[in-house]
Design a protein around this ligand. Sequence first.
Ligand SMILES: Cc1ncc(COP(=O)(O)O)c(C=O)c1O
Length: 390
Amino acid sequence: MITLSQRLQRVPPYPFVVIAQKVRELQARGVDVIRMDIGAPDMPPPPQVVEALYEMARRPDVHRYPGYRGTPELKQAFAEYYERRFGVSLDPEREVLPLLGSKEGLHHLTLALVDPGDVVLVPDPGYITYQTATLLAGGEMYPLPLREERGFLPDLEGIPEAVARKAKLLWLNYPNNPTGAVADLDFFERAVAFARRWDILLCHDAPYTEVTFDGYRAPSVLQVPGAKDVAVEFNSLSKAYNMAGWRVGVAVGNADAVAALLRMKSNVDSGIFLPIQHAASVALREVGETWIARRNEEYARRRDIILETLEHVGMKAHRPKGSLYIWARVPDGTTGDRLAEDLLYQAGVSWAAGSMYGREGRMYVRISLGVPTPRVVEAMTRVKRFFAVH
Ligand SMILES: Cc1ncc(COP(=O)(O)O)c(C=O)c1O
């Protein structure tokens, strides 16, 4: 008999695993389901990146264990990217740590730093991993409500002193999943000051800095002078270059946090396949802004198609300047859970219920832009039909 550890019992099954099961059952009954719940890019990576992987994988000498620290080439490529894109200088040896996707790093940094009873400040709604990592480490979550009236930014000044004193980590994420909100440098300056005042490690999770629309450019928290004293930033190639399945991310910034994360993760994993590290370096160095801009224009087209439909059916949503998501308020008289369930079973369109991201999300749904445009159009036809009879 298998008994789950108390640690794992604190964590519910991953919601997307639950949705995938429902979708499989519907598909087995012949239903054509359009999945707009999951935040994964549908378009391919730049061709020269795939080519670089292929070329290097053919070599006989690249299949050994790749080492724990990331190749000098990849660390240098991340450092150059931060310099070019944000004007942030990083020491590739002490302030850059390649990861097997950023999700791995979020978990391992939490496990490295959080003890039972420590408080972790997590956005609500927020990416689920901040919550589950905290629970697995035995920490206590203190939710920071992200509300429409504050532009989905947390009220840091409103955190009670007793909580701030016990807090070890503060998670932020802009452009934001699930709300699509963005933060400016002014907000990051206040966040850095808050972290400094209460001796908290500010963890900025920033996988959507290259997924932005209408000319908006997302800043890095490390642009704030002195941020490296108190902050670490996670970035990822998953969304930036449509490389979600490759599992390449990075932690940059505070050298002590980077060292703690390395100590944790080198006891768990054994590094990133060398040809993937090489191809990731090619992506960071050689893929120009034009490729990124074209890709983002496609997302923006989908965003506008969806927003037009939402307006048509009377649902309110902001026009996101970044991320892969539209965060839409459900009509009065229903909830996010109810609407997501009804839409899935009655229209074959899967949206993520906002409650998956925290209590504050109960009256919202999250709609992903990572769906081919013709399927977005088909989904919106179904949504209009669904609302016409409800
Ligand atoms: C906010 C946020 N952080 C981290 C991740 C994980 O990205 P990665 O593929 O780098 O693990 C995601 C993926 O959806 C995300 O939305």
